[in-house]
Design a protein around this ligand. Structure first.
Ligand code: F6R
Length: 608
């Protein structure tokens, strides 16, 4: 969603801002703007549409001179995408410029109050209220003013503010929205996310909620709301230099698909030692695990699909009841949570509004919370009792692939760890499982090496109108993800069904030539799923089977088959999802879709 960049230093700010914003494009946006102090006034340029439009208007930033500025990509919430509603917003006297990510929930009440006191507004946004309030309450001391404003504001925000009359400073603050501070040789940054500034610095502060940050040309100071200086640890980001670049690939998505063997190896290898899982990051003792009455897994989108796999994995290994819930449902349904309940939340960004709120609700009800998160220092990571990081590196494409795979890997580790700690696995069983887990990166690589087969199959089907995915148990969980991958980037209508459920309604949608993708990797269920394949074939369907090398007999039933290497059936989702990711990618690529930034979608969904 909205992207924020601010810069103060020795370089010209506008080109730096445009460059930083371009690296946040993946978050999703519909307008963009910058405000730079040009020696006399705050020069604001904004435009609806792509960042390239804004960049062309100011020749990449060269037209605006000044070394302090703020920039923004907006994903519309309050007010349509338009030049006027784009950020930065100015106060009436044009003294203060503000950028904002988040939602000011009580903005109407605040706006009406200001209007009744003679302030007029030009946009429909909630953000303009902040710019006007800063001006209205300004008493000569910007710290005091910010506290006064923020004490009146309800909702979420990451804010950057500059003052025409004190142009050697950027003021920033966050609550429930992401914001980082970058420390570079040539200046200081604020940004929504690390990739925005990774080409300029790897040294980052992660401010906490309600800390007011002052960026000057010679340093950064951070205060709490009581005006006490706060010490922060400078964190070094050690992602590969090209982690946030396309590195020769046509899209981030295919680059990230190809990075999966390394991402999974990074996520699991350091956590397996001497035939045992070591989760040094969490404090979950054998007694605490035994005491757990129930496990909830709560997440959104693809992370929810990981949770579906997690349910099968944890129930099988840990022998506890596991419920998987969409975060947007969980938070409003009075879940039966006690202080013995473990709530696992899964989130790549660590900022998803519904997941955060669901976790807060679970904590309120007394549950222990464990977060599986990719983004270091994100809100969910900070708020959870325990965190297990996925080491996927930055994920830029909106459609998740490598973070999904690393989340799966973490759930496998967690399941084995909980079973190991409570004596549910013999040493031999554990060694065997870990050997298989460690072999996954190599097996995924061998699937990726055969990606031409999937590309060929995609070339036969990129014009389909409807594509169905079917599978049972773990294969059903993977089908859900395969279907989401395909539809979100190719815009082809697609549904996933538990294979046994088809004849309870959906089979009436199958007609001559309808493509049905059948995932059938579970030995126990293979014949059952094949019966369902036969049912759709006899109604005219064309079928793609996804199974494993030892089940090449799938070719006797399906028109075309893609076989992945053999592994423990429990780990099959890690392998079977790869051809489905590739299929979605190649179909979308052949249709000429904007793969990394599909329409209407945002990478980090920070609104409800
Ligand atoms: C789909 C996708 C989304 C996310 C969902 C949750 O490809 O990426 O469905 O999985 O929005 O996002 P996080 O994991 O950041 O909480």
């Amino acid at each position: 969603m909205c992207g924020i960049v601010g810069y103060i230093g020795n370089e010209q700010a506008a080109p730096v801002l445009i460059d930083g914003l371009s690296r946040l494009e993946y978050r999703g946006y519909d307008s963009a703007g910058v405000a730079v102090f040009n020696g006399q006034r705050l020069e604001v340029v904004k435009s609806k549409g792509k960042l390239a439009v804004l960049s062309d208007m100011i020749h990449g930033g060269a037209d605006i001179k000044g070394t302090v500025g703020i920039g923004h990509t907006r994903w519309a919430t309050h007010g349509a995408p338009s030049d006027t509603n784009a950020h930065p917003h100015l106060s009436t006297s044009e003294r203060f410029a503000v950028i904002h990510n988040g939602i000011i929930e009580n903005y109407m009440e605040l706006k009406n109050k200001l209007i009744s006191r003679g302030v007029s507004f030009v946009s429909d946004t909630d953000t303009e209220v902040i710019a006007q309030m800063v001006e209205y309450y300004y008493n000569g001391d910007i710290f005091d003013t910010m506290v006064k404003v923020l004490n009146r504001v309800e909702g979420s925000y990451a804010l950057g503010v500059i003052d025409r009359d004190n142009p050697d400073e950027i003021v920033a603050v966050r609550k429930d929205s992401p914001l980082i501070i970058g420390v570079a040789e040539n200046g200081y940054f604020i940004a929504s996310d690390v990739p925005a500034i990774l080409n300029r610095t790897r040294e980052v502060y992660y401010p906490d909620e309600k800390e007011i940050i002052f960026l000057h040309r010679d340093g950064v100071t951070i205060y709490n709301f009581d005006h006490e200086a706060v010490e922060k640890e400078l964190v070094h980001i050690d992602w590969d230099a090209d982690a946030a670049e396309k590195g020769g690939y046509e899209h981030f998505m295919i680059k990230e698909i190809m990075e999966q063997p390394k991402a999974i190896a990074d996520t699991i290898e350091s956590r397996i030692k001497d035939g045992r899982v070591r989760l040094d990051d969490i404090e979950l003792t054998a007694q605490q695990i035994s005491d757990i009455d129930k496990i909830y897994i709560v997440a959104c989108g693809s992370a929810y699909h990981v949770g579906m796999v997690g349910k099968y994995v944890l129930e099988r290994l840990v022998k506890k009841t596991v419920d998987v819930d969409l975060a947007s449902e969980f938070r409003y349904r009075s879940p039966l949570v006690t202080d013995k309940t473990l709530v696992i939340v899964i989130s790549q960004s660590g900022e998803t509004a519904d997941t955060r709120a669901a976790m807060a609700e679970a904590k309120k009800l007394g549950a222990r919370t464990l977060a599986v998160v990719n983004v270091l220092g994100s809100s969910i990571a900070k708020a959870a009792d325990d965190v297990i990081y996925t080491w996927a590196g930055p994920e830029i494409a909106v459609a998740t692939t490598k973070a999904y795979s690393c989340q799966l890997a973490v759930l496998y580790l967690l399941g084995i760890y909980m079973a190991q700690e409570t004596g549910l696995l013999s040493a031999e069983e554990e060694i065997e499982m870990l050997r298989e887990l460690l072999s996954l990166p190599g097996k995924i690589q061998s699937i990726l090496d055969k990606r031409d087969d999937i590309q060929y199959y995609a070339s036969l089907h990129y014009n389909e109108k409807n594509i169905f995915f079917i599978g049972r148990n773990l294969d059903y969980a993977v089908s859900l993800e395969g279907s989401l991958k395909l539809k979100e980037i190719s815009y082809i209508h697609s549904e996933a069904y538990a294979a046994g459920e088809l004849k309870h309604g959906t089979i009436s949608l199958i007609e001559d030539g309808t493509l049905v993708v059948a995932v059938a990797t579970q030995d126990r269920l293979f014949d059952k799923t094949m019966s369902n394949v036969v049912e759709v074939i006899s109604r005219g369907a064309t079928t793609l089977g996804v199974s494993k090398e030892t089940r090449s007999d799938i070719r006797n039933t399906c028109d075309f088959a893609f076989l992945v290497p053999e592994t423990d059936d429990l780990f099959m989702p890690s392998l079977s999802v790869i051809p489905l990711q590739l299929f979605g990618y190649y179909v979308a690529s052949m249709k000429g879709c904007d793969i990394d930034k599909p329409r209407n979608l945002a990478k980090s969904v920070t609104v409800e």
